[in-house]
Design a binder for this molecule. Structure first.
Ligand SMILES: Cc1ncc(COP(=O)(O)O)c(C=O)c1O
Length: 364
């Protein structure tokens, strides 16, 4: 296997957490021990030898109205995605994968690395903000297609894929023996009752984690939900081979976060509507940008509208002159834009938009 470079991830890892002002991040801030209503003394350090962390499958099943044997776990959504790829794809077998674009790097890197033949279906609109055409995905299916990769809410546009679109794609995928993997790490920015896509069809696998909406990416806990128990069993086997178990301190904290998820989701969503409106009003006041508001969440696409516009030049200027980070559009295949993360306190967002204006003025 030859895993391709992951330009976005490599760039992001070197910068996030090291800059003065962050207008790039897609995850909610990390909750405190107080938010979690627990303390370090509640966290066990011993290894648990049982198969799977006790109670975690049940808790996830109860949270999402699935059965425990319809749940698989892994090290974050990334770990789960790698297990799903290994469960569905056979290197050297000529497997075909349909993947949306623009897409978060590793979602295509994994199947590419396993040698799958890739067909990319581009979402319409700047940054994919116009959504995905189900007929384009369905037309791309082949008898050898094993997997369709989608995200909802989408990174970078924050757009949700409507249920009828997902159901139509799933029905077509099922007819060629493929599964639809829906990365839903941003799902609960829609609210705690947002339903996983896997409810719609046994051909859909929903992948989610504690990283984005609950702000607990450091725990590295993710899960997959699927009505098809035999697929879940294969995904679990991949986990057993690769990892044996999750880190028991993480599981203790993660389970407490899941018990308190409604409160924590509320905390993460608070102020996002106002922040989005602030960005919209700022963008409406300028002639060199167009803001494509998300359905939910704290990231969205900012289109740069002047001739020859470069999101990378804007990002570099912001970083070097103002210690501020935004994600350049080139990492999503669209150089004339940036992904803007606006989940910030009002005064921080105001300062960030002022700096963004200064950087734009310097470039246009
Ligand atoms: C669409 C998408 N999936 C997965 C991840 C990573 O999730 P995790 O930290 O749970 O591995 C990210 C992080 O940026 C993402 O944007």
């Amino acid at each position: 296997m030859r895993y391709p470079d992951l330009p976005y991830l490599t760039w992001a890892r070197g910068l996030y957490g090291r800059v003065r002002l962050d207008l790039g991040s897609s995850n909610a801030s990390t909750p405190s021990w107080e938010d979690l209503q627990m303390s370090p003394a509640d966290v066990p350090l011993h290894a648990d030898q049982r198969e799977g962390p006790p109670g975690l499958f049940e808790l996830l099943a109860q949270t999402y109205t699935f059965e425990p044997d319809q749940v698989a776990i892994g090290a974050g959504a990334s770990g789960v995605m790698s297990q799903v790829c290994r469960a569905l794809l056979t290197p050297g077998a000529g497997d075909h994968v349909v993947c949306e674009a623009p897409v978060y790097d590793p979602l295509k890197g994994l199947p590419e690395g396993m040698g799958a033949q890739m067909t990319y279906v581009r979402r319409s609109g700047p940054g994919g903000s116009g959504g995905i055409d189900p007929s384009a995905v369905i037309d791309a299916l082949r008898p050898s297609t094993r997997m369709v990769v989608l995200t909802s809410l989408h990174n970078p546009s924050g757009r949700q894929i409507p249920s009828p679109t997902l159901a139509a794609i799933a029905a077509a995928a099922q007819s060629v023996g493929a599964f639809v993997v829906v990365d839903e790490v941003y799902l609960e920015f829609l609210g705690p009752d947002a339903a996983p896509a896997a409810r719609l069809s046994p051909a859909i696998i929903s992948v989610n984690s504690l990283t984005k909406v609950l702000g607990l990416g450091g725990l590295r806990i993710g899960w997959a939900l699927c009505q098809d128990r035999s697929l879940v069993d294969r995904v679990r086997r991949c986990f057993l081979h690769a990892s044996v178990n999750l880190a028991s301190p993480s599981v203790a904290i993660g389970m407490q976060a899941l018990r308190r998820r409604e409160t924590l989701i509320g905390r993460s969503r608070a102020g996002l509507g106002e922040a989005r409106d602030t960005v919209q009003a700022w963008a409406d006041g300028r002639s060199d940008v167009r803001f494509h508001a998300p359905d939910a969440g704290q990231v969205a696409w900012l289109e740069l509208t002047w001739p020859g516009a470069s999101g990378r030049a804007l990002s570099d200027t912001l970083l070097h002159d103002h210690g501020t980070i935004v994600a350049p559009g080139e990492f999503f295949g669209e150089p004339a834009g940036i992904r803007l993360g606006f989940g910030r306190a009002p005064e921080v967002l105001d300062e960030g938009l002022t700096l963004l204006s200064e950087a734009l003025d310097a470039l246009t």
